[in-house]
Design a protein. Structure first.
Length: 227
């Protein structure tokens, strides 16, 4: 493999050169800032190390761009890399995966989103209850009384499945957790951090929950449109 070399920067070099030099040196690649050629295993190590640098830099840029979008504040809590998420690998239930993706990225069309994007005259408050609360994804999934029965059934299902696989401790943690932690289990990958089985349990339960709650909401929204 042909080795790539970087020349030493001159006094009037572009700042990018100094930036690349610091990156290379931080990865133990000081020798690559010289004209000394290397080959074989050393050359392969250089390629692997540089790919690592590139991947880390691209991930940082991607994270910074996501953080610039205020509507993606929840997404930044859930998505820590650019790789495809397991919940999307569901070819037979595309609508389930689609709704979960929209919930994660704040694009379901809840009142909070409509108000923030100025897509309607919405004041951002939930029209499904009298709590006078902002209808964001946390309210929609965790507190709105309009979906209490669906929510309770989902929680009972989670408790049963987690207990069946001898992870009742996970259920106890989830049931007593705050809203952000609950959303990380329902919409994120915190279940997968325990093991694949727990991750699949939360993925299945959350998809069914989101679909049932969304379908019920849309019935009410459609009724409003005819009033």
């Amino acid at each position: 493999m042909m080795a790539c070399h970087l020349n030493k920067p001159s006094t009037n070099s572009w700042d990018y050169t100094g930036y690349m030099k610091s990156l290379l040196m931080s990865q133990g690649l000081d020798c690559r800032w010289s004209d000394n050629a290397e080959s074989g295993a050393e050359s392969q190590a250089w390629v692997s190390a540089f790919k690592s640098i590139s991947d880390e830099t691209n991930l940082k840029i991607w994270q910074e761009n996501v953080n610039l979008k205020s509507t993606l504040s929840l997404y930044t809590e859930l998505k820590k890399n650019r790789e495809s998420e397991p919940y999307l690998n569901d070819p037979f239930n595309f609508r389930f995966a689609s709704l979960k993706f929209r919930a994660r990225t704040n694009t379901l069309g809840l009142e909070q989103e409509l108000s923030a994007r100025k897509l309607s005259n919405s004041n951002g408050l939930c029209k499904q209850c009298n709590y006078n609360a902002v209808e964001d994804i946390s309210h929609f999934l965790l507190t709105c009384p309009n979906y209490l029965e669906i929510r309770n059934n989902t929680y009972l299902s989670l408790e049963s499945m987690l207990t069946h696989v001898q992870h009742d401790n996970v259920w106890q943690f989830f049931s007593s957790a705050g809203p952000v932690a609950k959303l990380r289990f329902l919409l994120g990958n915190d279940g997968c951090l325990i093991n694949d089985t727990v991750g699949q349990i939360f993925d299945i339960a959350s998809k069914q929950y989101i679909k049932q709650a969304w379908d019920k909401r849309m019935v009410t929204v459609n009724l409003y449109s005819y009033m």
